[in-house]
Design a protein around this ligand. Structure first.
Ligand SMILES: Cc1ncc(C[n+]2csc(CCOP(=O)(O)OP(=O)(O)O)c2C)c(N)n1
Ligand SMILES: [Mg+2]
Length: 535
């Protein structure tokens, strides 16, 4: 006899969800047991938000929704930062929480928080599951999470409801999901083509909306046909490989990213899956903008001269068929000149026994195979690596950028490595970001996947200290007693080394790649050369 719990897990399984991340409570034992019976791998995390980050990265790598499981009140509350990340980073994650059954309420209040109220603003829907709707609501939630602009969906299920018997035990097959509603009109395409036909300096902005369609070859064809430089947001890094002649760089890290100079020069902007949630300043550029995305231009709307809503692949293909009058000194020659002009000045010498962030990034690029994952946390190191990491493949640079939530990178590396066994993953994190989610080092050791955590020990929340210095204020509340992170990692069962020069770093990275086991490299960092450090 199927129960509500087994009907739910059957639907997850039919949708290709073979891994669920979470931290259960007493109110989730029915569902947990249904996962076991269905052979769905359950990855026990040490914090609920970490579980959501893992599910997000797993979803991103697999190209299908991720799922995580928490208990009611405290577990669901702990997951809120993770779900906010899935919301602002547009990630299709099902967050399944427990709750007390309606029959016990309102007399029973222990651990009861109104979870619909808590999750409604940060999810596409918050749905109570029981015997009456489990067969329809779960497939609907999966479809909703992926459609239009993707995002998280909350399912709430009590242990008592989970044990109820479902009359019809045949869970409906999840139909081929229609991910984007194609409402593209010929008029919109014609308008866009006529703007492009007049443009002398067209430029493409590619953002997180390339997911889940991944129209990378179409994007490249349009860029090459139009001779349009391509600027990506951090979440789209690698959509056009950074060694391509039209790859101009990354936007969205600071208010004065170098690529804003090119955006100012452009006389036509093609916004492909571009979501201003990734920018740290309001969008204010006068050049006519062609909007192409699987969702409407709202939330917030940016001024657009033409709007193509629907399949990005179809939109970019239609645009490529237009005519172009790009100036000969634009495109690849302009990108080459731009890179030459923005190349970094000579770097300062680091303090003895310390490495510069640029040395770390260059060593990582030397050692990491082109298809390796790099997950990056939030802080000065994120700004630096988002701007300067040469991404050679799409979907390999994973970052929290809509929410920009610390603690993301270690969990995302675990989720990505579980989704793509055999592909090495590197996690670049600040010391404060790692300390925030340190328990996941134990999850990493237990999972045994090939993740190398590279933690930058500068004893500071450096990005905030830089903001203080830029504001001319004394350093206050932004430094902490250094943690011996290699020692801490060993306590969690990881192989770990502290490195103090480039030779030691090279040796440690080479060792990690040979081992193909989880490990940690603690880099003693001198943050003096970060682009965010005031000069
Ligand atoms: C959960 C969360 N809390 C606070 C912040 C604000 N914040 C952004 S960067 C940062 C500093 C991070 O320090 P660390 O991880 O050591 O990285 P570093 O800046 O030193 O490279 C802080 C506190 C945030 N983004 N997320
Ligand atoms: Mg730090």
């Amino acid at each position: 006899m199927a129960t509500v719990a087994s009907a739910l897990t059957d639907t997850l399984s039919a949708a290709g969800i073979n891994t669920v991340f979470g931290l259960p409570g007493g109110e989730t034992v029915e569902l947990l047991d249904a996962l076991r019976q269905r052979d769905i791998r359950f990855v026990l995390a040490h914090h609920e938000t970490a579980a959501v980050f893992m599910a997000d990265a797993w979803a991103r790598v697999c190209g299908r929704p991720g799922a995580c499981l928490t208990t009611l009140g405290p577990g669901a509350a702990n997951a809120v930062a993770g779900v906010s990340h899935a919301h602002l980073d547009r990630s299709p994650v099902l967050i399944i929480t427990a709750q007390k059954p309606d029959a016990l309420l309102p007399a029973y209040t222990h651990q009861v928080v109104d979870l619909h109220a808590l999750y409604q603003p940060i999810t596409k829907a918050s749905i109570k599951i029981d015997v009456s709707n489990v067969l329809s609501a779960v497939p609907y939630a999966l479809r909703l999470a992926q459609s239009g602009r993707p995002g998280p969906v909350h399912l709430q299920l009590s242990n008592e409801d989970a044990a109820e018997t479902v009359a019809d035990n045949s869970a409906p097959a999840v139909k081929t999901l229609q991910l984007v509603a194609s409402t593209t009109t010929t008029a919109a395409i014609n308008r866009a083509r006529s703007i492009l036909a007049r443009a002398r300096r067209p430029l493409i902005l590619a953002g997180l909306g390339l997911e889940p369609e991944r129209p990378y070859s179409t994007l490249r064809a349009l860029a090459e046909t139009a001779q349009a430089p391509v600027i990506v947001t951090p979440k789209a890094k690698g959509a056009l490989p950074d060694d391509h002649a039209l790859s101009a760089g990354t936007v969205g890290l600071t208010r004065s990213d170098p690529v804003y100079a090119l955006i100012e020069e452009a006389d036509c902007l093609i916004a492909a899956g571009f979501d201003v949630v990734e920018l740290v300043k309001p969008w204010q550029h006068p050049a006519p903008l062609i909007w192409a995305a699987p969702w409407e231009n709202r939330d917030p709307a940016i001024p657009a001269a033409a709007e193509i809503v629907g399949s990005l692949h179809a939109a970019l293909t239609e645009l490529t068929r237009g005519t172009f009058s790009t100036a000969p000194d634009w495109g690849a020659p302009r990108v080459a000149a731009f890179h030459a002009a923005t190349r970094r000045h000579p770097l300062p010498a680091p303090a003895p026994g310390r490495l510069l962030p640029q040395t770390v990034l260059a060593a990582l690029r030397r050692h990491a195979p082109a298809d390796a994952f790099l997950t990056v946390d939030v802080g000065s190191h994120k700004i630096h690596s988002s701007l300067e990491w040469p991404a050679l493949m799409p979907n390999r640079f994973l970052v929290s950028n809509g929410l920009s939530c610390m603690g993301y990178a270690i969990s995302a590396a675990i989720g990505a490595a579980l989704a793509a066994p055999g592909t090495p993953a590197f996690c670049l994190t600040g010391d404060a970001g790692l300390a925030m989610n340190m328990g996941e080092l134990a999850t990493l050791a237990r999972c045994g996947v090939s993740v190398t955590v590279v933690v930058l020990n500068d004893g500071a929340i450096d990005l905030i200290r830089s903001h203080q210095r830029q504001a001319g204020k004394p350093v206050f509340g932004t430094e902490f007693s250094p943690i011996h992170l290699a020692q801490a990692a060993r306590a969690f069962g990881l192989s770990a080394h502290r490195v103090m020069d480039e030779t030691q770093l090279d040796a440690a990275l080479a060792r990690q790649l040979r081992r193909a086991q989880p490990g940690l490299i603690e880099v003693m960092l001198d943050p003096i050369s970060y682009p965010t450090t005031p000069r």
